[in-house]
Design a protein around this ligand. Structure first.
Ligand SMILES: C[S@@+](CC[C@H](N)C(=O)[O-])C[C@H]1O[C@@H](n2cnc3c(N)ncnc32)[C@H](O)[C@@H]1O
Length: 428
């Protein structure tokens, strides 16, 4: 296969319009077979412009199963010799990336910038908390700082201590393995909860799936979880064995079922967070973006039934008035309930008073019965006293008769002087 130098020279010749030189270089290469030479030469002869030729050369190399980096160079030249870069030049991420001649190194697939901008632009200028998995030399964090602004809280994680050193203290970098859920939870507890997670770490299946399953549930609502380089799901060296082991892309496909869970599950069995908080999945070449939002229960309805005609303006106004009246009445309910509660209190107090009075009355009645009995007893006493008095009066009258008889007697008269003398003596 062609060497890197040969591809570089061929592409330079294409880009500068020296097609004969490009064809001559292919012709002269001793690194390719004649069959390969035929395929590569055809790529140069077809097509309208140099950008299309570079692209077709990449396609041809791909069909010949050339190393990926050679194909990459062809498509890179196709992009910059065409006019697609012009549209992308308005993208602030791409602008920073291309101007970054001597800052921290950034390694990105160019089409990611449009995806970043589509999903992250609403966080610009905000104090969003961001986690980048895989820091390398810190260029990704520098790019995010420029794009999101100084308010954003940026944190990176990497297994390699060199990543922390490379950022020279400009960014917080925690050292650990993205396939370790405990480490990820510690980072989230310490620096999160995050609004944005960008997984640009080791890109193996286990790393991508473990990180997503651990961090998406911890993401803030309305957050964005973005995974780069999902094409490793098709590369065995990243654990995509094509066997029983699930690739990250297969894992993402399973999330599509979760998104539709309302239609085959019950509310009680909806699983957090994939069936309750997964708002959407946006799948691009090599990138998956999962957005988080507490899902409303889905429903449908029909419009265009013309029912508004039957439900005319006057009826609507009346309906609104009824609702307003109802609302006004409802607004009075708390005060009425408070008054009722107060009245209930007063009623309870009055009942207690009545009970107290009843008991007092009962006592008074008892006392009056006792008094009546006493009066009756006194009357009986009086009656017997009267009877005794009558008897005594009778006795007295009888005694008076005897006394009168005695005074009329001869002896009484004879002893009268004697009694007078005794009386005078007593007075003295
Ligand atoms: C592609 S680079 C990151 C590039 C960087 N995001 C940028 O935009 O410039 C991948 C990084 O992931 C790190 N990495 C690899 N495996 C990891 C793991 N299991 N956990 C955390 N980081 C890992 C590597 O050390 C490397 O620095």
């Amino acid at each position: 296969m062609l060497s890197s130098d040969e591809i570089g020279n061929i592409l330079h010749a294409i880009a500068t319009g020296y097609l004969d030189r490009a064809a001559g270089l292919i012709e002269a290469s001793v690194e390719i077979t004649d069959d390969e030479r035929v395929v590569l030469r055809r790529a140069l002869t077809d097509g309208a412009d140099n950008s299309a030729r570079a692209r077709r050369l990449g396609d041809a190399l791909r069909s010949l199963e050339a190393p990926r980096h050679l194909v990459n160079e062809c498509y890179r030249v196709a992009f910059y010799t065409g006019d697609e870069w012009m549209a992308l030049s308005a993208n602030p991420l791409f602008a920073f990336f291309t101007a970054n001649r001597a800052g921290l190194a950034i390694d990105k697939w160019i089409h990611y910038f449009a995806i970043y901008d589509r999903h992250l632009s609403r966080f610009r200028g905000s104090p969003a908390k961001v986690l980048e998995i895989g820091v390398s030399r810190g260029g990704g964090l520098a790019l995010l700082r420029h794009y999101l602004g100084g308010e954003a809280g940026l944190v990176g994680i990497d297994v390699d201590q060199a990543a922390a050193l490379a950022t020279s203290g400009r960014f917080t970098v925690e050292i650990g393995d993205q396939a370790d859920p405990e480490f990820l939870r510690r980072v989230s507890d310490k620096h999160g909860p995050f609004d944005i997670v960008i997984d640009d770490g080791g890109h193996t299946m286990r790393q991508q799936i473990t990180s997503a399953e651990t961090l998406f549930p911890l993401l803030n609502d309305e957050g964005v979880y973005l995974v780069e380089d999902c094409h490793t799901s098709y590369w065995p060296e990243y654990g995509a064995d094509g066997g029983d082991g699930q690739t990250f892309v297969e894992w993402v496909k399973a999330r599509i079922d979760d998104l539709n869970a309302y239609h085959f599950s019950t509310a009680e069995t909806l699983a957090f967070p994939w069936q309750t908080h997964l708002d959407g999945i946006h799948v691009y070449d090599s990138v998956a973006v999962l957005t988080k939002h507490r899902n409303p229960a889905p429903f449908c309805e029909i419009s265009g039934t013309k029912e508004f005609i039957a439900f005319d303006r006057n009826t609507s106004a009346l309906h609104l008035e009824l609702l307003a009246t109802r609302d006004a009445a409802l607004a009075l309910v708390p005060a009425a309930e408070a008054a009722l509660a107060r009245a209930a209190g007063v009623e309870a107090d009055a009942a207690a008073d009545v009970e107290r009075s009843r008991l007092e009355l009962q006592g008074v009645r008892g006392e009056s019965v006792d008094l009546r009995n006493e009066v009756q007893a006194l009357r009986a006493d009086l009656e017997s006293l009267r009877e005794e008095h009558g008897r005594m009066t009778g006795d007295l009258l009888g005694s008076w008769g005897i006394i009168r008889e005695m005074r009329r007697s001869r002896s009484w008269r004879l002893t009268a002087p004697l009694r007078r003398v005794r009386s005078v003596a007593r007075r003295k």
